[in-house]
Design a protein around this ligand. Structure first.
Ligand SMILES: CCC1=C(C)/C(=C/C2=NC(=C\c3[nH]c(/C=C4\NC(=O)[C@H](C)[C@H]4CC)c(C)c3CCC(=O)O)/C(CCC(=O)O)=C2C)NC1=O
Length: 184
């Protein structure tokens, strides 16, 4: 598992040079508090995000909870909710480290094959991941909408920077895209 620092060292070592990419590490440190806020925005809303993403996926494809569907019976429904939570948790790890390797090595490695063996439909999983991607962007920007959240609307209320943490939204989005690519 790598993070923004160890990745820089490994890259320098591979080319037999001294560490030179100091500017990007400076930026990583300078934006550290924002990064922690972004991780917290996801982590502290995780159970709501997971439940909503899986509910949305099922609403759009109700065969999933009928006999023969992969969220039927309750044992599979529980496994599905657990998987969505695992996946979201690994996004928070990658976002904290500023590097995707923990997500790649410990979550995505072999997941497509596991799902194929178990008959877990990847198009549905991808849909749930897409919903979590949209939720994560809204929570990092602290702009969850009443339209989607309804009575469960919850704002972090943290001081939001002018750009609403656009670079962290983009980084988090890239991790969700990585999951989608690994399953597709
Ligand atoms: C550390 C990382 C890690 C991951 C990611 C992981 C995934 C994982 N998901 C599994 C099952 C499963 N995953 C699902 C998920 C779904 N079914 C659907 O219809 C939806 C599309 C989707 C939820 C979004 C289901 C239903 C099962 C059980 C399948 C079965 O036993 O028939 C299994 C098989 C073993 C088990 O049931 O516990 C693994 C290994 N395990 C890990 O250790």
């Amino acid at each position: 598992m790598l993070d923004a620092f160890s990745k820089t060292v490994v890259a320098a070592d591979a080319s037999n040079s001294t560490v030179s990419d100091i500017d990007s590490l400076k930026a990583f440190i300078a934006s550290g508090n924002r990064r922690l806020d972004a991780v917290n925005a996801i982590a502290s809303n995780a159970s709501c995000m997971v439940a909503d993403a899986v509910a949305g996926m099922i609403c759009e494809n109700q065969g999933l909870i009928q006999a023969g569907g992969n969220c039927y019976p309750n044992r599979r429904m529980a496994a599905c909710l657990r998987d969505a939570e695992i996946i979201l948790r690994y996004v928070t790890y990658a976002l904290l480290a500023g590097d995707a390797s923990v997500l790649d090595d410990r979550c995505l490695n072999g997941l497509k094959e596991t799902y194929a063996a178990l008959g877990v439909p990847t198009t549905s999983t991808v849909r749930a991941v897409q919903i979590m991607k949209a939720q994560a962007a809204a929570h990092i920007k602290d702009t969850p909408s009443e339209k989607f959240a309804g009575a469960k609307l919850r704002k972090m209320g943290s001081i939001v920077t002018e750009d609403r943490c656009a670079s962290l939204v983009a980084e988090a989005s890239s991790y969700f895209d990585r999951i989608i690519a690994a399953l597709s």
